[in-house]
Design a protein around this ligand. Structure first.
Ligand SMILES: Cc1cc2nc3c(=O)[nH]c(=O)nc-3n(C[C@H](O)[C@H](O)[C@H](O)COP(=O)(O)OP(=O)(O)OC[C@H]3O[C@@H](n4cnc5c(N)ncnc54)[C@H](O)[C@@H]3O)c2cc1C
Length: 344
C-alpha cells in the first residue's frame, strides 16, 4: 500500500519512479485486507489507545488522513463503505483490487537493485520472517502468518546496515487469534476469532491467563498475550449466553460454527476441566498480520540516521505502539508524505 501510494504520488509530481516488488503480485497485505482505512475519531482516543507511539508521527497520520482518503478516491479507488461501522473511528472501506488498479504504474517484480537514488522503503515490516519475529517478538512458539509472505524484514535490514535505529514496541504485533487449523489467505478475515471479549480464555496448561474484561475492541492485546503462552495457543471457552452475543454481522455461535472442525474442541477433550456452564470451546493460535515496531522516521518520513532513505507503512514504527491503529492509514499518509518530501 505505502509503495504504490508513494509511487503514484511521485508520478503525479512529475518524478521518475521505479517500484520494485518482491512478491508475485501487487498489493502486499493490503490485497488480503478488509481495506478499511480509518483513524480514531478523537485525537485523545488515539493517544490513549496507542500511548507508546511518537506523538509527532501520530499527529501527521491523524491530521492528514481525511485529505489522503479524498486523494485515493480522486485516483479512482472504489469505495465500498463511506464509514467504518465503528463509532470510535472514521474512514472508508475500499475495494482492494480497485486500489491496486488505481495506483499501479510500471512495476518491476524483483526484490533488490537499489541504486544511489532516493529510496522509499515500503517492505511491510518483518511478520513473515520467523527469525526476526523470534528475535524481537519472542513468542513461546512459532506464530501463524496472517499476512503476505514476502514481508521478511528486508527494509529493516537495509536501513539498519546504513545507520538507522529502531523504535520502541519491537515486540508488538497486530494480529488475530485464528482457529488452530489449516486455512489459506482467502480466509484471513472470515476466520478471525474475534470474540475473546465473551470467552473464558485458557492456555494449554489450563491457566486462565486473560480476563475477557481486559480485551480491547481490536482484540490485539489478547493475540499478543496468546503468543507468549505455551504453543502460542489458547482455548476460548463459551457458555450459552456468550454464543448469543453479536460481533458486527455475526453471532458468536456463527463464528464458532464457521471455524474448521479441527479447532472446535469437544469439552471432554479439553486438556483441563471446563468451567461450569461451558458449552463450546475453540482452540486458537496467535497469528501475526504485521509488526508494530520498526524504523525510526521523522515527520517527513525520513529514516533517522540513514541519509537518502525514507520509510513508509509498516517498515516505520512509532504509530500504533501500545495498541492498534489502522496500518492502511499509516501506509497511505506516510506514502504521500515520503513522496512529497522526496520530490521537494
Ligand atoms: C486479513 C487482513 C485484514 C486487514 N484489515 C485491515 C483493515 O481493515 N484496515 C487496516 O488499516 N489494515 C488492515 N490490515 C493491515 C494492512 O493490510 C497493512 O497494515 C498494510 O497493508 C500495510 O501496508 P504496507 O505498505 O506497509 O505493507 P504491505 O501492504 O504488506 O506491502 C508490503 C509490500 O512489500 C513487498 N516487499 C517485501 N520485501 C520486499 C523487497 N525486499 N523488495 C521489494 N518488495 C518487497 C511485499 O511483497 C508487499 O507487496 C489487514 C491485513 C490483513 C492481512
Amino acid at each position: 500500500m505505502a509503495g504504490l501510494v508513494a509511487a503514484a504520488r511521485l508520478r503525479e509530481l512529475g518524478r521518475d519512479v521505479v517500484v520494485r516488488e518482491k512478491g508475485t503480485r501487487l498489493g502486499g497485505s493490503m490485497l488480503l485486507s478488509s481495506c478499511v482505512v480509518w483513524r480514531h475519531r478523537e485525537w485523545e482516543d488515539l493517544r490513549r489507545e496507542c500511548p507508546g507511539g511518537d506523538e509527532r508521527l501520530q499527529r501527521v497520520v491523524w491530521e492528514r488522513l481525511d485529505e489522503a482518503i479524498a486523494w485515493l478516491e480522486s485516483r479512482g479507488a472504489p469505495v465500498v463503505w463511506h464509514e467504518t461501522g465503528n463509532p470510535r473511528t472514521v474512514g472508508k472501506r475500499f475495494e482492494p483490487r480497485g486500489v491496486v488498479e488505481a495506483l499501479s504504474g510500471d512495476v518491476e517484480l524483483q526484490a533488490d537493485g537499489c541504486t544511489d537514488d532516493a529510496t522509499i522503503l515500503c517492505t511491510g515490516g518483518f511478520a513473515a520472517s520467523s527469525g526476526f519475529v523470534t528475535r524481537y517478538v519472542k513468542p513461546a512458539a512459532s506464530l501463524r502468518l496472517r499476512g503476505n509472505p514476502w514481508s521478511e524484514g528486508d527494509g529493516l535490514s537495509f536501513a539498519l546496515d546504513r545507520g538507522a535505529s529502531l523504535t520502541p514496541g519491537m515486540d508488538e504485533f497486530y494480529g488475530r487469534n485464528m482457529p488452530d487449523a489449516l486455512w489459506d489467505e482467502t480466509q484471513l478475515v472470515g476466520l478471525s476469532q474475534l470474540y475473546a471479549r465473551f470467552a473464558r480464555i485458557f492456555d494449554e496448561d489450563g491457566v486462565e491467563f486473560f480476563d475477557a474484561a481486559d480485551v480491547t475492541w481490536s482484540e490485539t492485546n489478547v493475540a499478543q498475550a496468546t503468543a507468549h503462552r505455551p504453543g502460542a495457543r489458547a482455548y476460548y471457552v463459551l457458555d450459552e449466553e456468550a454464543l448469543t452475543q453479536r460481533v458486527r454481522d455475526h453471532t458468536v455461535a456463527e463464528m464458532v460454527e464457521a471455524a474448521p472442525a479441527e479447532a472446535r474442541v469437544a469439552l471432554e477433550r479439553l486438556p483441563f476441566d471446563p468451567p461450569p456452564g461451558a458449552v463450546a470451546a475453540v482452540r486458537v493460535i496467535a497469528s501475526i498480520t504485521h509488526t508494530i515496531g520498526g524504523l525510526q522516521i521523522d515527520e517527513r518520513a525520513r529514516v533517522v540516521g540513514a541519509e537518502g532513505l525514507w520509510a513508509a507503512g509498516v517498515d516505520a514504527g512509532g504509530i500504533a505502539t501500545g495498541g492498534y491503529a489502522s496500518g492502511l492509514a499509516q501506509a497511505l499518509v506516510q506514502g504521500l508524505v515520503a513522496a512529497e518530501d522526496v520530490a521537494a
